[in-house]
Design a protein around this ligand. Structure first.
Ligand code: 6PG
Length: 471
C-alpha cells in the first residue's frame, strides 16, 4: 500500500476494465484498480511502466482508501448480481459525496433502484453506457452518462479526455436524469442488433441469391464502406470476410456455426418498446432472428421437408442487384435509427430523462458500435427540429428514403422469389409504408373488436365513442 491518492478508481479489471483504466492513465489521471482475481492485477502490472501512477489491488478497503475524496469509482463488471455484489463490497468504505459509476450494460430499472439505495448514504450512483468494445475502451469509446448533473460535472474532465473524438468533439455528454445513460445504451444495442441483422441478410442474398464468391462478398462490403452506408459494422464485416481459418485454411466465417448469442439488451429494447407502445419492428425482428437461429436442429430438419420451389428470378444483372441492395441496406439502416430515436423520445417523456436527441446522435458519431456516416444527418435533423416526431419526417432523411424505396421493394421481391429470409429489411419497409399510410386497415380491427367484445370504436365523421349491435 502506498500513500499516493489516485484521481479515479476502476473496479473489474477484465479486458474492458483494464483497457479503460489504461486509457484514463494515458490522459494523465492517476488510477487505482480493484479486482478480486490476483491474476488480473498481474495483467494490469504487465501493461504499465514503473513510475506510471497506476495501482492495482484485490482489497476493496485498500482500493477505496487509495482514492482522493470525493471518490470517483467506475464499475466494469457484468450486469446483474455482480454489480450489487461489488457495491456491497465497497459500501462500508465509501462516504457521502462519493460517486459510483456503472459502466456496464445494466438493465435500466436496476440502475434506478441502485440510485435510490445509494442516495440513502448520500452516494451518487451513475449509470453510464460505454460502447466500442475492447479497442474503444482502450483508445476512445462513446460514453452515455446519466444521473446527477452536478456529479457528472465533476467527472466531465476524465470522460471528455478518454472518449472518442469526432471533429474535435468528445463522444460523451450528459444525457439526462436517473437511468437515462443505461436506457440510451440499451437502445444503442437494439439498433446494433437491427443493423447487424440487416447486414447479415444482405450477405445471405449475395451469397445464396447471387452466388457471389467469398472474395466478391468481401470486396462488396469494402466498397460499400466507401459510400453513404459507411459505418463501423459494414467496415468490420469486410474485415471479418477477409480472415482465414487457421485449422482448415477456409474463410473463417464459413466455419462459424449459425447460432447467435445474446446477452439481453436487444430483448430489453423490444420489451420496453412494447411497454411504451413504440413500434420498432426491425429491432424486434432482429431479436426474433437470433432466437430462430438457435433452433438449428429443427431448421436442418425443416430444410429437408419444406423445400423451396425454385423461381426464375432473372437476377442476372448482378451489378444492378448489388446497387439496389446497397440502397436497400441504407434505407433500412435509416429506418432502424428512426425507430430507436422515437423510442428514446418516448422513454424520455415516460421516465423524465429529459434527453436531447441531437446530443444522442452526436455522441454516437464516433467510438460506438453503431457509429455511421449517416449519424451526422441524424444529428442535423434534430438540430433543425428538436421536437421532430420521427426522422422519417425530416426533409433530407425523407428524401434519402424516397430515393431508395424502389430499390428496397425490388430487393424484397427478389428475396421472396429466392426464398431467402430478409425479415428485418421487410420490417423496415413495412414500417415506412405503415408510417406513410394516411389510412390503415385498422378500422377492420376496431369493427371486429366491437363485434365480438363490444369494445366500441370511434367514427371518421363524428366525435364520440360508438357501439353497434352487429348481428
Ligand atoms: C458495445 C456492444 C457491447 C456488447 C454487446 C453485445 O456497444 O460495445 O454493444 O455492449 O458487445 O452487449 O451484445 P450481445 O451479446 O447481446 O450481442
Amino acid at each position: 500500500m502506498n500513500d499516493t491518492q489516485y484521481n479515479f478508481g476502476v473496479v473489474g479489471l477484465g479486458v474492458m476494465g483494464r483497457n479503460l483504466l489504461l486509457n484514463i492513465s494515458d490522459h494523465n489521471f492517476s488510477v487505482a484498480g480493484l479486482d478480486l482475481d490476483p491474476l488480473k492485477i498481474d495483467f494490469l502490472k504487465a501493461e504499465t511502466t514503473p513510475g506510471q501512477p497506476v495501482f492495482g489491488t484485490t482489497s476493496a478497503e485498500d482500493f477505496v482508501r487509495a482514492l482522493s475524496k470525493p471518490r470517483a469509482i467506475m464499475l466494469l463488471v457484468p450486469a446483474g448480481k455482480a454489480v450489487d455484489a461489488v457495491i456491497k463490497n465497497l459500501l462500508p468504505y465509501l462516504e457521502a459525496g462519493d460517486i459510483v459509476i456503472d459502466g456496464g450494460n445494466s438493465y435500466f430499472p436496476d440502475t434506478d433502484r441502485r440510485v435510490a439505495e445509494l442516495a440513502a448514504s448520500k452516494i451518487h450512483f451513475f449509470g453510464m453506457g460505454i460502447s466500442g468494445g475492447e479497442k474503444g475502451a482502450r483508445y476512445g469509446p462513446s460514453m452515455m452518462p446519466g444521473g446527477d448533473k452536478a456529479a457528472y460535472e465533476r467527472l466531465r474532465p476524465v470522460f471528455e479526455a478518454v472518449a472518442a473524438k469526432v471533429n474535435g468533439e468528445p463522444c460523451v455528454t450528459y444525457l439526462g436524469n436517473g437511468s437515462a445513460g443505461n436506457y440510451v445504451k440499451m437502445v444503442h444495442n437494439g439498433i446494433e442488433y437491427g443493423i447487424m441483422q440487416l447486414i447479415s441478410e444482405s450477405y445471405d442474398l449475395m451469397k445464396r441469391g447471387l452466388s457471389l464468391t467469398d472474395d466478391e462478398l468481401q470486396q462488396t462490403f469494402e466498397q460499400w464502406n466507401q459510400s453513404e452506408i459507411q459505418s463501423y459494422l459494414v467496415e468490420i464485416t469486410a474485415e471479418v470476410l477477409k480472415k482465414n481459418d487457421e485449422v482448415t485454411g477456409k474463410k473463417l466465417v464459413n466455419m462459424i456455426l449459425d447460432k447467435a448469442g445474446q446477452k439481453g439488451t436487444g430483448k430489453w429494447t423490444s420489451q420496453n418498446a412494447m411497454d411504451l407502445h413504440v413500434p420498432i419492428p426491425t429491432i424486434d425482428m432482429a431479436v426474433s432472428m437470433r432466437d430462430i437461429s438457435a433452433y438449428k436442429a429443427q431448421r436442418v430438419q425443416a430444410s429437408k421437408q419444406l423445400v423451396h420451389s425454385p423461381v426464375n428470378t432473372n437476377a442476372t444483372d448482378k451489378q444492378k442487384v448489388l446497387d439496389e441492395l446497397k440502397n436497400a441496406l441504407y434505407f433500412a439502416m435509416l429506418t432502424t435509427y428512426a425507430q430507436g430515436m422515437v423510442q428514446l423520445g418516448a422513454a424520455s417523456k415516460a421516465y423524465n430523462y429529459n434527453l436531447t436527441l441531437q446530443d444522442v446522435a452526436k455522441i454516437w458519431r464516433g467510438g460506438c458500435i453503431i457509429r455511421a456516416a449517416c449519424l451526422e444527418d441524424i444529428r442535423k435533423a434534430y438540430e433543425n427540429n428538436g421536437e421532430l416526431a420521427n426522422l422519417l419526417l425530416d426533409e433530407k432523411i425523407g428524401e434519402e428514403l424516397l430515393k431508395r424505396q424502389m430499390a428496397t421493394r425490388s430487393i424484397i421481391k427478389l428475396a421472396i422469389d429466392e426464398g431467402i429470409p430478409m425479415p428485418a429489411l421487410m420490417s423496415s419497409l413495412s414500417y415506412f409504408d405503415a408510417y406513410r399510410s394516411e389510412r390503415l386497415p385498422t378500422n377492420i380491427i376496431q369493427a371486429q373488436r366491437d363485434y365480438f367484445g363490444a369494445h366500441t370504436y370511434e367514427r371518421t365523421d363524428q366525435e364520440g365513442v360508438f357501439h353497434t349491435e352487429w348481428d
